[in-house]
Design a binder for this molecule. Structure first.
Ligand SMILES: Nc1nc2c(ncn2[C@@H]2O[C@H](COP(=O)(O)OP(=O)(O)OP(=O)(O)O)[C@@H](O)[C@H]2O)c(=O)[nH]1
Ligand SMILES: [Mg+2]
Length: 411
């Protein structure tokens, strides 16, 4: 048993210290009011409280939250050498997992600050580790799971690529590669990259054919960056590529939305029309027949309101071919992105744009959604600046993002 004495200005503060050092399982042995504290950083001559607390297990002197969670976990899992090996029994791994669970609970109860801050990321990391151990102990029981595959598996989960996809990829690699190749880190990585690349569909930039006009409509949930993306593309095509570009908005619900596009059209020097019915859109598209590129902005639609999506569909069913680009923000939760792709999937989507990469630390959602929707990715946007914060999506860029190569982080 370890016994420690704490003095603080209030009981609340003292208990925080106890929790910080000894965790939530500490027992309060006694409390009393004290006066005239002189310790550095304390409360001068005011009275305070003294708490004696104890914990009845062999306690590591560095508290859970002074070390990083992952370090703590690494220390704890060291008896099984980091990763379970062939010789490790299921019971041993189960024991390790229950130990991890206990530490997480203990650490998570420590303080409110920890819950809100960096500990969240650490807990997430722990979850991936635990998933990995569990997977090792259950599914991958046909012999030892090779180390390099394990590293990549873990790396992909950290990037939020869904477990189903990660498993499929690593299982395929394990089947395809000989034991020798599986022992070669570079080879395993190369093979993984070619597998991801094989399943990635890319649309390339908006492709213009001389003498023909191209109409592209941008749809998606509210606030994902549709109008900003249109402004970036309009500026690129009009100013850099010297193409004849026109803008149309069918977002007539909000005056501010029309104004937003008007500002961009004025700056770039492009014609803009606002329409409020499919018939009106038809007339405007006919009027802009001499343009190389017509970009149509739509009001953000909730994926939860099918009638709103049907309304857009009604607008975009035109006698002219209209390409539809679904805009999604990488900052949305995976669950919401799936709902977006499902609901907007009622429209004949031609391409996907992922926005706000600069606001995210993980990029696995790109892979998850592209593999699910099976539509090609055209652009990635990486900031609020018009026109520069946009790039044509390439396999190389996506691979480097999802395999977590540090230099690819935008923030
Ligand atoms: N950080 C970041 N912000 C972006 C990006 N693209 C757009 N934004 C910002 O996201 C906010 C919403 O952008 P809009 O272009 O108005 O989004 P929208 O999809 O047109 O919104 P609605 O018309 O309301 O549905 C603005 O503050 C943009 O500056 C991006 O790539 N990165
Ligand atoms: Mg908009």
């Amino acid at each position: 048993m370890q016994v420690r004495k704490y003095q603080a200005a209030s009981m609340n503060e003292a208990l925080k210290l106890v929790r910080r050092d000894l965790g939530s399982q500490a027992i309060i042995v006694s409390t009393k009011t004290v006066g005239g504290m002189k310790n550095k950083g304390s409360f001068g001559k005011q009275s305070g409280v003294e708490v004696i607390a104890a914990i009845d297990y062999d306690f590591d002197s560095s508290s859970p939250e002074t070390k990083s969670f992952s370090q703590l976990i690494k220390d704890k899992v060291s008896p099984i050498g980091g990763l379970p090996s062939d010789g490790d029994s299921l019971e041993k791994i189960s024991y390790e997992l229950s130990e991890l669970k206990r530490i997480v609970k203990q650490s998570y109860n420590c303080s409110e600050e920890i819950k809100g801050g960096y500990a969240y990321g650490e807990l997430k990391e722990l979850k991936w580790m635990a998933q990995f151990f569990l997977r090792q102990a259950t599914s991958f029981n046909h012999g030892h799971f090779p180390e390099h595959l394990g590293d990549l598996y873990y790396q992909m989960l950290k990037q939020d690529i869904c477990e189903e996809t990660v498993l499929k990829l690593v299982e395929e690699l394990r089947e395809d590669l000989s034991p020798d190749l599986l022992g070669d880190k570079d080879q395993v990585r190369k093979s993984l990259i070619s597998k991801i690349e094989r399943d990635l569909l890319l649309a390339g930039p908006i492709d213009l054919t001389p003498g023909k006009n191209k109409i592209v409509a941008f749809v998606g949930p509210t606030g994902v960056g549709k109008t900003t993306t249109i402004a970036k593309l309009a500026a690129n095509y009009a100013l850099e590529k010297k193409k004849k570009v026109a803008l149309v908005t069918i977002d007539t619900y909000r005056i501010a939305a029309v104004e937003q596009l008007k500002i961009y059209s004025n700056i770039i020097g492009l014609p803009l029309e606002s329409v409020s019915s499919p018939e009106e859109l038809k007339q405007v598209l006919a009027k802009f027949a001499d343009k190389d590129l017509i970009l149509i902005d739509t009001a953000g639609r909730s994926q939860r309101d099918q009638s709103q999506i049907d309304e857009i569909k009604g607008f975009l069913e035109q006698p002219f071919p209209v390409e539809i680009s679904l805009v999604m923000s990488i900052t949305c939760k995976e669950h919401n992105l799936s709902a977006v792709s499902q609901q907007f999937g009622f429209l004949p989507i031609d391409s996907i744009i992922f926005t706000k990469l600069d606001e995210s630390y993980t990029y696995g959602s790109i892979i998850n959604q592209l593999f699910k929707i099976k539509k090609p990715l055209s652009y990635l946007t990486t900031g609020q600046k018009v026109p520069e914060d946009i790039e044509v999506a390439t396999k190389k860029r996506i691979i480097s993002l999802v395999l977590n190569e540090a230099e690819n982080h935008y923030c």
